[in-house]
Design a protein around this ligand. Sequence first.
Ligand SMILES: Cc1cc2nc3c(=O)[nH]c(=O)nc-3n(C[C@H](O)[C@H](O)[C@H](O)COP(=O)(O)OP(=O)(O)OC[C@H]3O[C@@H](n4cnc5c(N)ncnc54)[C@H](O)[C@@H]3O)c2cc1C
Length: 466
Amino acid sequence: MTTGATIVWFRQDLRIHDHAALHAAVARGVPLVLVYVLEEQGPWRAGAAMRYWLHETLAALSTDLQRHGQRLLLLRGDAQVELTRLRAACGADALYFNRRYEPHDHALDARIAQTLGARCEVRSFASHLLFEPEAVQTGTGTAYRVFTPYYRACLQLPTPRPPLPAPRRWPAPAGAPAGLALEELQLLPRIAWAGGIAARWPAGEQAAHVALDEFIDERMNDYARDRDRPSLNGTAGISPYLCVGALSARSCWHAAHQAALRERDAGRTSAAEGWTRQLIWREFAYHLLHHFPHTPDAPFRAEWQAFPWLHDDSVLRRWQRGMTGIPLVDAGMRELWHTGYMHNRVRMVVASWLCKHLGLHWLAGARWFWDTLIDADLANNTLGWQWSAGCGADAAPYFRIFNPVSQSVKFDPAGLYLRRWLPERAALDDKAIHQPGVRVSGYPEAMVDLAEGRRQALARYASLPR
Ligand SMILES: Cc1cc2nc3c(=O)[nH]c(=O)nc-3n(C[C@H](O)[C@H](O)[C@H](O)COP(=O)(O)OP(=O)(O)OC[C@H]3O[C@@H](n4cnc5c(N)ncnc54)[C@H](O)[C@@H]3O)c2cc1C
């Protein structure tokens, strides 16, 4: 029997099911210190919507842990400094945590292993992804840059292990400093603007599993048909949970594959493969972020450094506020502002409009998403924006410019999504509602003519050094 205490450092894994570090710590059988450290440095520290979401998720995790006689200790500051202090204060002989993959995390983990490793056992675990970024390699041992071969390579690897259960017998909590109250982390906004987010998104691990199960049991088989229709509840709606780790990717993967086996036994085909392919897009995003850590701030392709992006704050503000005069773009931007989320099809349209028709830098869009999304995820957001702008790995070619009106007619034919988010246009008929040229009081004229914006975008593209 080991003596001492094990510190479990919670990070982007705010759950108790399928938590590899917690599972191993419980198996050690010595008292536990469970800690979360709010780190506030760096250009990509949590945005306003994510801070709200973190507050709610930490509250839910604390409640779950209390049911098992445990306490979540909350700290704020530099993780290395705080963990070093904590280890000394509680005499822990082990520090366990799950790995993160953002650029500064590698250096941080290495520093922690070096400084704390001299005094206690430091172990990191794989728990955030299905496949570790290094585990997927081309035949020549390099990183993938194109999704389809990456996807095929993933399918050749051993199936991700099933999710770990939540611990059943918990060791006693160890004596530890009091830490901060959740309110002292000051994650909530001073002005209460998060009502729309709260109404749409219940926080925490239990809510995450309810969302996953409901999707798999009731909607996954219609995913291919409904996933691009923003007025429908056609996708899983789990990204806010995956993002803070209230849900693990393995839980999603196995739930989908078990449903597929049940369908097969009943003589039916299942849509699990189509949906789990999306989970592999998330893996691909992490693979790229790990191998190309410059990409949150700079284009994947170096030649795009010289691209003549425009900078205009007043144009950017109209896009941010959903006042561009292009109905689908404005509906999407307002959905984002009110709910902390935007449908994937609409994300592609608003991003294309910003980078191509308006010619603004993709980073201006990525930063706004970062501040307003509750699923803001550095890997996925970078992939999505670089893909939309045309400067990323396996990106949509720059000359493929979404027409937001045809997208609207195709994917929201009865204008249900537009009516929900643009009440000033709700009385227009199914045809007119899509057309920027059909004016109503209180709704602006289109900032840029569709054909002219496209022509200007292609002219800028022609200046790109090849
Ligand atoms: C410009 C832009 C920015 C984006 N920013 C983010 C972001 O910050 N955080 C984020 O989680 N996703 C981002 N996405 C990807 C995608 O829009 C969301 O993951 C998706 O809308 C989440 O909804 P869902 O859970 O219902 O997805 P489902 O369609 O049910 O898919 C299940 C899961 O697969 C993953 N997934 C699905 N599509 C993608 C994709 N295109 N790229 C990577 N992973 C994917 C997500 O983890 C998602 O939760 C962005 C896309 C674009 C075009």
